[in-house]
Design a protein around this ligand. Structure first.
Ligand SMILES: Nc1ncnc2c1ncn2[C@@H]1O[C@H](COP(=O)(O)OP(=O)(O)OP(=O)(O)O)[C@@H](O)[C@H]1O
Ligand SMILES: [Mg+2]
Length: 265
């Protein structure tokens, strides 16, 4: 069955997400002081190289990522998009035999600062994985889960945050009458938006999304890019990876093109 035919008429309106539970943009580092709000640097990649064992897969990357925009890592399969994305919240630390050279600063602070708590860093950054990966739980519990883990179990608070997050991910209207059904009963595009709702539940200022529009038809891709731009308006910086050169050309954003782990200028 076509995803287009299943798609509800209006799944997104920017006004719907203006009250999402997302914190305002963090204050930028000194190096970007004085720049207009939407051009401030939020992430600085500095002479960054990355190795899996002996294999060097990222080569001396140096560039800035602006605050409150969608920045897309673009390039062919295997060029290092996911590796670079996973370095921004140090998810790659979980792989044996990795090492890096250079530095990455988020909001002016090195993510490799020995005093930084990596688990806390990961919790502060929302992550949407390429393959939708809902937990084997209800739609409601998928969103509420991380709050419960943090010891926040009050029903009124959970109800409110779940509703706001699902509205923020433009999914509320489609699921509000079936919150207790399994997340696996959702369509592919709905599951992707559920994972986005889960990623924004803890009010991150930075969201990483690995191929968020892969395998989705154009209409869903457009909804997701519209949603991301609305997140920008409430202070969120997005970094995504994509194969789709046209996506950013069509929907706007900042492009960083990679080939064989090198930046293409
Ligand atoms: N866990 C890992 N261990 C060893 N090598 C890896 C690992 N993950 C990725 N690589 C290698 O690193 C290189 C970059 O892979 P990466 O997944 O970052 O590319 P990508 O641009 O995201 O590709 P795709 O578009 O297919 O998702 C590839 O050569 C890949 O084989
Ligand atoms: Mg990838």
């Amino acid at each position: 069955m076509s995803l287009v035919a299943d798609r509800p008429a209006a799944t997104f309106a920017p006004s719907k997400v203006m009250n999402t539970p997302i914190t305002p943009a963090p204050v930028s580092d000194d190096s970007s002081a004085g720049q207009p709000a939407f051009d401030r640097t939020y992430i600085q990649i500095q002479e960054f190289s990355f190795y899996y064992g002996a294999a060097k897969v990222l080569h001396n990357l140096t560039f800035n990522i602006p605050e409150r925009q969608v920045t897309a890592f673009i390039g062919p399969s295997g060029c290092g998009k996911s590796t670079l994305l996973r370095n921004l919240n140090r998810m790659n630390d979980l792989v044996d035999g990795i090492r890096h050279e250079g530095d990455i600063l988020v909001n002016g602070h090195s993510i490799y600062d020995p005093l930084l708590e990596v688990i806390a860093l990961r919790k502060r950054i929302g992550m949407v994985f390429q393959k939708s990966n809902p937990f084997p739980k209800s739609i409601y519990e998928n969103v509420a889960y991380s709050l419960r883990v943090a010891g926040r179990n009050g029903k009124a608070e959970l109800d409110e945050v779940v509703e706001k997050s699902l509205k923020g991910a433009a999914l509320w209207d489609e699921v509000k009458d079936r919150l207790n059904e399994s997340a696996f009963s959702l369509s592919g595009g709905q599951m992707q938006r559920l994972c986005i709702a889960r990623a924004i539940v803890s009010r991150p200022a930075l969201v990483l999304a690995d191929e968020p529009t892969a395998n989705l038809d154009d209409a869903y891709a457009r909804d997701i890019m519209d949603m991301f731009r609305a997140f920008n308006e409430v202070g969120v910086t997005l970094v995504i990876s994509t194969h789709d050169q046209d996506l950013i050309n069509r929907y706007g954003g900042h492009k960083v093109t990679l080939a064989y782990g090198k930046q293409v200028v």
